[in-house]
Design a protein around this ligand. Structure first.
Ligand code: BES
Ligand code: MN
Ligand code: ZN
Length: 484
């Protein structure tokens, strides 16, 4: 979809559908009262998210509820634009002409972001879709008196949209296509944006002593990979970087502790953490953020096999700590243990945030609207929570009680990889914390938010969400970038 900013008096194209975002309580007065009758016959009040289609001499028009004018903000501009797109996409119209509730350049630009994200669709494997099932909108016109200001705000928002789409595509790909080496290739291609990407294979990881990560991939014919992505945007290329680490389990069968068949296909998106980290690096490079950043992806496939890791095996991690593998399905923490250690050992970052679709238990605790946040730092937690609010990627902080540590004590090794049913997300986080070596760290358990089915947020169509890209981009922009 092509998106442009047009002035209110620009002629509308034929086959265009007008969408007017209306502040709450003002619908009757829109266009000199042209829709007052239709509005009076409906329940449309202009509350955020409502849509009413009306026919008039102007042609078909969508009224989209914008909520209270005084509360109309960047997120409202995005969400209402995406809601208009959702209502228009199968209408047969080719052009969506959108008029935001409050006309500023910033809101017009945010509307464009909302359209990009709301129009996301993963359709590369559909070969027989008929035209009437496909979205008909090929172009959007955003009506504004501030086109120049809107255009000026676009480059960084386009970089963000590109990065979220990149992450969503990775998450949507099936595991026969996106295995560790293919994921690494797609990340390597990001060097075109100015990133530096190194890929380590199993032999190199063996030499580094990554027995914990390698044990997970041992049953797969696909080689495990570690991707190291760097962005040097600070004035001093040697300035301490910020760091992100992602769980990239390209498919999680559970291994020998195999999962039930029902729903196992979901485990193609067990690399959502790694996709989010790749997405963050993508946006930092795309908007040339003035910061040094590192992204580490632990890429493996967890399969049952004659050579697979067994329950009861003991592995030695790069940190030197030994782990008794009680359940081969608790593999994400085994991958992160080595990826995190490698990250801090080599880069000495200012802080580390890891993202992982780590536990089913976080879905039980928080449902599908919140990711779990765990951290050893109140300061980093506060910053993450405020970034999460600003970008509407909700997080909820959960505790790391010392008393629960005993749940992961092992009789024969330094720790075991499962802590039983109680507080499953917390004991997983406590496990990861044992590999954090005295720096601010946060762990985001995004098993709850990486995939939405159904979705209630118009900028996030059903499926891969790209959760984490926006909030970490905001974290960096608000707190860790040098001023221009
Ligand atoms: N990848 C899963 C967690 C998951 C579950 C992600 C549902 C997305 C949706 C993870 O590797 C896993 O299997 N965790 C186990 C841990 C248990 C064996 C301690 C779980 O949550 O059941
Ligand atoms: Mn698992
Ligand atoms: Zn997993």
């Amino acid at each position: 979809m092509q998106i442009e900013f047009v002035s209110p008096d620009a002629a509308s194209a034929s086959r265009s559908l007008l969408a007017i975002v209306v502040p709450e309580g003002e619908a009757g007065g829109v266009n000199g009262g042209a829709f007052a009758g239709a509005v009076a016959q409906s329940r449309f009040t202009g509350a955020r998210g409502q849509v009413l289609e009306v026919a008039s001499v102007l042609g078909r028009t969508l009224l989209v509820g914008g909520g209270k004018a005084s509360e109309f903000d960047d997120l409202a501009a995005e969400q209402t634009a995406a809601a208009a797109y959702a209502a228009a996409k199968l209408s047969g119209a080719e052009v969506l002409r959108l008029s935001p509730a409050v006309d500023t350049g910033a809101f017009a630009a945010r509307a464009a972001l909302g359209l990009r994200l709301g129009a996301y669709r993963f359709d590369k494997y559909r070969t027989r879709e008929t035209a009437d099932k496909k979205p008909s909108i090929v172009r959007a016109e955003i009506v504004t008196d501030h086109a120049a200001a809107a255009a000026e705000a676009m480059p960084s928002l386009s970089a963000l949209a590109n990065a979220v789409v990149f992450a969503r595509d990775l998450v949507s790909e099936p595991a026969n296509i996106l295995y560790p080496a293919e994921f690494a290739r797609r990340v390597k291609a990001l060097e075109a944006l100015g990133l530096t990407v190194e890929i380590l294979g199993e032999e190199e990881m063996r030499q580094l002593g990554m027995g914990s990560l390698l044990g997970v991939g041992q049953g797969s014919v696909r080689e495990s990979q570690l991707a190291i992505i760097r962005w040097n945007g600070a004035a001093d290329p040697a300035a301490q970087p910020v760091a992100f680490v992602g769980k990239g389990v390209c498919f999680d069968t559970g291994g020998i502790s195999i999962k039930p068949a029902d729903g196992m296909e979901d485990m193609k998106w067990d690399m959502g953490g790694a996709a989010a980290v790749a997405g963050v690096m993508h946006v930092l490079a795309g908007r040339k953020a003035r910061v040094n950043a590192v992204g580490i992806l632990g890429l493996v496939e967890n399969m049952p096999d004659g050579n697979a890791q067994r329950p009861g095996d003991v592995v030695t991690s790069m940190s030197g700590q030994t782990i008794e593998v009680i359940n081969t399905d608790a593999e994400g923490r085994l991958v992160l243990a080595d990826a995190i250690w490698y990250c801090q050992d080599r880069f000495k970052p200012r802080f580390m945030v890891d993202l992982a679709t780590l536990t089913g238990a976080v879905i039980i605790s928080l449902g599908n609207d919140y990711g779990g946040l765990f951290s050893n730092s109140d300061d980093l937690s506060e910053k993450l929570l405020s970034a999460s609010k600003a970008e509407e990627e909700p997080l909820w902080r959960l505790p790391l009680p010392k008393a629960y540590e005993k749940q992961i004590d092992s009789a024969i090794a330094d720790m075991k990889n499962t802590g039983g049913r109680p507080a499953g997300s917390i004991t997983a986080a406590l496990f990861i914390q044992r590999f954090v070596n005295g720096l601010p760290w946060a762990h985001l358990d995004i098993a709850s938010t990486a995939w939405k089915k159904p979705s209630s947020v118009p900028t996030i169509p059903e499926g891969a969400t790209g959760f984490g890209v926006r909030l970490l981009n905001r974290l960096v922009a608000d707190h860790y970038e040098e001023s221009a």
